[in-house]
Design a binder for this molecule. Structure first.
Ligand code: G
Ligand code: G
Ligand code: MN
Ligand code: NA
Length: 254
């Protein structure tokens, strides 16, 4: 397709852009991290969201070089923000299943960390439940290797995928990110509140940090603060921001 042809040239043509969404530590009321979210500045179609090209990138395998670009660019950016005084800022990056099929992936991440001089403990890689059901043994080996380097791992979109809860106890993840579908109606529908509380209780008893996505209102924030969740990410705190705007946000919220 045309889109596919364009996608093949997009990296070389430098058409990808990263936006960064700040993440709030609820108790300390402080920005602790940013999640890098890729966009494609398409020459004719304008700024495309991930949903418009990530599936195609995954089907064509182009997600591997794109992902490498994302990790490298974001690590380098966050290292620059750290150098500018935000010394403990953490970076979250989304991974796709294809990265786990690439035997060179761990070495690539190591190389990027060396090149950008970002301390591995400030990098958090996000994986989804669906990724974990493919080639479980290889996935586990890769996750452990990433953890051994000192990288943090988060389980993204939790509760929306194929959930076999048994895997949770074996997974070397530090953080569970509750999907925003559990957040939308948490202050208006008792069933949603009950579900959110149950997920949080489970995560806490497994000693996982809980990060809540898609928090849009003060009431939702209060709900999750009451449940002792560690972090929120959502429009209530900040939308994903272009690099310059994010830099300003980070300086102002220090
Ligand atoms: O950016 P948006 O806010 O629309 O993100 C939509 C989805 O796209 C998210 O679920 C996110 O996981 C995915 N996504 C965003 N950036 C990346 C990326 O760099 N790599 C991969 N694999 N997925 C991404
Ligand atoms: O990787 P993940 O699917 O978690 O990516 C986060 C996605 O959620 C991005 O598409 C981002 O733009 C979106 N998002 C972040 N905060 C909010 C929010 O408060 N409300 C809604 N509806 N979407 C959000
Ligand atoms: Mn994510
Ligand atoms: Na998510």
């Amino acid at each position: 397709t045309n889109l596919e042809t364009g996608l093949r040239h997009a990296l070389a043509a430098n058409q990808f852009v990263l936006h960064y969404q700040p993440q709030l530590d609820i108790e300390r009321n402080k920005t602790v991290g940013v999640e890098a979210l890729v966009r494609w500045a398409h020459p004719e179609l304008g700024l495309l969201q991930p949903a418009q090209f990530i599936p195609l990138a995954e089907d064509t395998g182009l997600i591997v070089p794109i992902g490498e670009w994302v990790i490298k660019t974001a690590c380098s950016q966050v290292r620059a923000w750290q150098d500018a005084g935000l010394s403990s800022l953490r970076l979250a990056v989304n991974l796709s299943a294809a990265h786990f099929r690439d035997p060179g992936f761990v070495a690539i991440v190591k190389r990027i960390l060396l090149e950008t001089q970002l301390d591995p403990s400030f990098l958090q890689l996000e994986v989804t439940e669906n990724l974990l059901i493919q080639d479980t043994e290889r996935t586990m080996t890769t996750l452990k290797a990433l953890k051994d380097i000192g990288i943090q791992l988060a389980l993204d979109d939790f509760g929306t995928g194929y959930s076999c809860l048994g895997y949770l106890k074996h997974l070397p993840v530090n953080t569970l990110k509750i999907d925003r579908s559990f957040v939308n109606n948490v202050t208006t529908h008792p069933e949603d509140a009950a579900l959110a509380k149950a997920i949080i209780a489970m995560a806490q008893s497994l000693r996982l940090r809980v990060s809540v996505e898609g928090v849009e209102t003060e009431g939702q924030l209060a709900f999750f603060a009451d449940q002792h969740c560690e972090e929120i990410q959502g429009y209530h705190f900040s939308r994903p921001l272009p690099e310059e705007e994010c830099a300003k946000f980070l300086q102002q919220s220090r």
